[in-house]
Design a binder for this molecule. Structure first.
Ligand code: SF4
Length: 343
């Protein structure tokens, strides 16, 4: 039986070329108290997230801190177990697979962290850092690994002469290039970039984003690109998913979504970049989001955004909006899009 959202046109078609398809993904963390660790509630970090990533495509996942973006990243990579929902990678369902069954798939899905230096052992040479994932997957021939590490360093704009140096000898931008080289070592198809440029200066951010784009073209990679900064996300993304308090409230092609954001929260994010972009500023009428994001352990009833939404009306406080079609290849969850009676 189809869901209400599907009946209303609120689901995106699946293409055979999808590298990743996430459907109704949920992750609730129990809150426990007392000696017996009784469960007294749940943190609803991810609550019904669906999106897909095609071959060679970048999907940006954007939202404030606390929106659940990084939890989605960890669920996709099976670093966390989901509460419910489906994760299909290259057509194969990942949920329920055992660690041993996940091993060959892990080679094909890698992550780039925000702070690569803290994920490197400072006592390891760059050769050892890049070889680590190769060895973890049984590729232990040192001569082959050295040659592969040298190729990867050159691919990311560093030099084979850097192989015997240590992490502290590199700048933040260079360290992120090493992080990318390490992620590429196992020849992945999907890279999850979790705030991968957030800690870098703006000029260095642009260099690393350009590197990611050229690697994508050269290697046919797909990216799940996670960031709180819509400016960064729009630069690299083909499609954007906007997350708020554990849910995707709007998604669609990046250009269309930014030219005409349909959800009030997306409009507030667009407002944040308005000052940096005269074209967005000219669109006018954007408002600045007010207040703090509520706790995911006690999300507001109805539309989760209603406590901060300048357009909220009575229905918003009691009834969660369905995800509905909001244009070609676009979805959004807002009562305003369904012509609900504002009373
Ligand atoms: Fe705002 Fe209501 Fe739309 Fe939620 S459903 S975004 S509260 S107008």
């Amino acid at each position: 039986m189809s869901t209400v959202a599907e009946q209303a046109g609120g689901s995106l078609p699946t293409a055979n070329s999808d590298v990743l398809e996430v459907r109704d993904l949920v992750k609730h963390f129990p809150i426990t108290r007392g000696l017996l660790r009784r469960t007294v509630g749940h943190v609803r970090a991810v609550d019904g997230v669906s999106f897909r990533i095609g071959a060679g495509e970048t999907v940006g996942l954007v939202g404030e801190s606390g929106s659940g973006k990084s939890t989605v990243a960890r669920l996709v990579l099976r670093l966390l177990d989901r509460t419910s929902g489906s994760i299909r990678f290259e057509g194969r369902e990942l949920t329920g697979l055992r660690s041993r069954e996940m091993m060959p798939l892990r080679r094909r899905m890698q992550i780039i962290f925000q702070d690569p230096v803290s994920s490197f052992d400072p006592r390891m040479t760059i050769l050892a850092v890049i070889s680590e994932p190769l060895e973890a997957h049984g590729m232990t021939d040192r001569r082959v690994n050295r040659r592969r590490a040298a190729e990867l360093l050159e691919l990311v704009g560093l030099s084979a002469g850097d192989l015997d140096k240590y992490p502290h000898q590199f700048s933040g931008g260079q360290a992120q290039r090493i992080g990318i080289a390490r992620a590429l070592a196992t020849d992945p198809r999907l890279l999850v970039c979790d705030e991968a440029v957030s800690a870098l200066d703006v000029s260095v951010q642009a260099q690393v984003l350009n590197l990611l784009r050229s690697l994508q073209r050269e290697l046919g990679l797909s990216y799940l690109f996670i960031a709180h900064d819509l400016n960064v996300v729009r630069y690299i993304s083909d499609r954007i998913c906007v997350m708020y308090l554990g849910q995707v409230v709007e998604q669609g092609p990046a250009d269309a979504l930014l030219a005409d954001p349909r959800h009030p929260y997306t409009q507030t994010l667009a407002a944040a970049i308005a000052s940096a972009d005269p074209a967005v500023a000219r669109a006018g009428g954007r408002h600045v989001v007010r207040g703090e994001i509520p706790s995911p352990s006690a999300p507001p009833p109805g539309c989760r955004f209603h406590t901060r939404c300048p357009s909220a009306f009575d229905l918003c406080r009691t009834t969660a909006p369905e995800s509905v079609a909001a244009g070609p290849d676009r979805l959004a969850s807002c009562h305003l899009l369904t012509g609900a009676d504002r009373g």
